[in-house]
Design a protein around this ligand. Structure first.
Ligand SMILES: [Zn+2]
Length: 219
């Protein structure tokens, strides 16, 4: 959701899908007007030997997440494991719904300045630090370090009956055409690093890619 902020007004912009919303947000900003954007990321469920919550989202997203997995026949109270792709606020806040759980996150993210705001919340869970460039959480559930958007951001690699599913979170975005065309604006933060990660992801030939903020797609 994007708002143009005026004197005493906040006008909701009509575009509803995430890429169009982001483009509108940037357009309002460039025009010199104040703009605000509310982002709700993709929260995932991995069903493997164990079930994993991936990025429970913004604080209010935890409850809808639990309802959604309930509709899939998964007991939300039985979910004991959470994986955080990175520790930006919009991916971590929903963890409030899952106190006391095991939480996998790369140690680089735990040291990031923005991780400090979650120290109270992280004290309520059992943190399992990932370190290095890649690893395996259980057979068929692997991760690789894909910096650029956040230094300790991990892309999850899930073996499924249909092939490899990649969950690169905010490593891929914010606009679908960037990844489609393997091109980013020249002044985009972390541009070279991100393009390098995108090549790594493409080389794995995933059947499905689930970005942080727009619908899953097949490259
Ligand atoms: Zn992020």
């Amino acid at each position: 959701m994007v708002f143009a902020v005026g004197a005493g007004t906040a006008e909701l912009q009509p575009e509803l899908d995430s890429p169009a919303g982001f483009a509108r947000y940037k357009e309002i900003q460039r025009s010199g007007e104040a703009a605000a954007m509310l982002v709700i990321p993709n929260a995932c469920l991995i069903k493997a030997a164990k079930n994993y919550v991936v990025d429970p989202g913004i604080p209010m997203q935890g409850a809808p997440y639990s309802s959604a997995v309930g509709n899939l026949g998964v007991d939300p109270w039985g979910l004991e494991d959470v994986i955080l792709t990175h520790m930006h606020f919009d991916h971590v806040g929903g963890l409030m719904e899952f106190p006391g759980r095991r939480v996998y996150v790369h140690e680089i993210e735990l040291e990031a300045p923005y991780a400090g705001m979650w120290s109270g919340l992280m004290d309520t869970v059992e943190v399992i630090k990932l370190s290095g460039e890649e690893g395996e959480i259980e057979p068929g559930v692997r991760w690789m370090l894909t910096p650029g958007h956040a230094d300790g951001l991990i892309t999850l690699l899930i073996d499924t009956d249909e092939g490899l599913v990649a969950i690169p979170s905010d490593c891929v975005g914010p606009l679908p055409e960037y990844f489609d065309n393997m091109e980013l604006p020249t002044d985009f933060p972390g541009r070279e690093t991100l393009l390098e990660q995108w090549r790594k992801i493409r080389e794995l030939s995933p059947v499905l890619v689930i970005p942080g903020h727009y619908p899953p797609f097949t490259p």
